[in-house]
Design a protein. Structure first.
Length: 273
């Protein structure tokens, strides 16, 4: 499980993700659930592809490898390519992970949760960014997201409650309890719209986008820590911004350390994880 956030506004884009991954490790008495809190879910790339980034959530990897572990191969494959549009980069990224997926025979006929990627960045010469969503392996074609907005995914039920004002399972619960028609079910989000927490992105600064992303992830981590739920989010929060002028820049990034400290956060803004 995981939680990824993408914020898009006039001043740029923000990507944020926590660091927990859960592995079902085989054991004689059944699978053991193992958590690691140093997983990289924020994907960044060398020049000239440093005006685009990605966050991944859902299925944690392909085989025994995380999405981040493939970044050197992706960079090698694109080493001779010039800067490309965000849409074209998204297609190349999706195609790469589909090819890796298809190399593993055991994944043929897979019916579990997909690997989900949100890519985003700036096309050369354009004032505002673009973002795309891809689902590997079932919907790998990039789907463009609204120009300005917040997209979240993974173990995001608490984020959905906070922003939308109701639990995402409420619609199904109402449908089953009251035998709602399809039209009635589809009308529930519209009825609940006045409850939505509004982020006025058009009036906010890039720092505010960063703070909003951290708020959503930190709230999820702390709520899971103190309640009887699956604790699928945890560890340091990695955050990066992308702007037309400066490309991708890390705001918070965990670092490998020794002597009792596994990692720390490096911050270019005022907040630290």
């Amino acid at each position: 499980m995981s939680l990824g956030i993408n914020v898009r506004g006039p001043e740029g884009l923000v990507f944020a993700a926590e660091s927990r991954s859960t592995v079902d490790w085989p054991a004689p008495d059944g699978p053991i659930h193992i958590n690691f809190d140093a997983t990289n879910k924020l994907l960044t790339f060398k020049e000239p592809h440093n005006f685009v980034g990605a966050v991944t959530y859902g299925l944690g990897g392909i085989g025994n490898r995380s999405a981040y572990s493939f970044v050197p191969e992706i960079e090698a494959e694109l080493a001779l390519e010039s800067r490309m549009s965000v849409e074209e980069f998204s297609k190349r990224l999706s195609s790469f992970f589909m090819s890796q997926w298809n190399k593993i025979p055991e994944l043929k006929g897979y019916g579990g949760p997909p690997m989900i990627f949100i890519t985003g960045g700036f096309n050369e010469g354009e004032p505002y960014g673009h973002a795309y969503e891809m689902f590997v392996p079932n919907k790998p074609e990039p789907n463009e997201l609204p120009q300005f907005g917040i997209t979240w995914g993974g173990q995001a039920d608490l984020v959905h409650r906070l922003i939308k004002g109701y639990d995402i399972k409420l619609v199904q619960q109402l449908a089953e309890a009251w035998s709602l028609t399809e039209d009635q079910v589809n009308s529930v989000p519209e009825i609940a719209e006045p409850l939505e927490l509004i982020f006025p992105l058009a009036a906010m600064a890039l720092q505010d986008y960063v703070d909003a992303a951290i708020l959503l992830i930190r709230t999820t981590i702390e709520a899971q820590r103190l309640t009887a739920v699956i604790r699928g989010s945890g560890g340091p929060i990695d955050v990066a911004t992308i702007t037309q002028r400066n490309g991708l820049q890390h705001v918070q990034q965990k670092e490998v350390m020794g002597e009792g400290g596994l990692f720390s956060s490096r911050s270019g803004f005022r907040r630290k994880c």
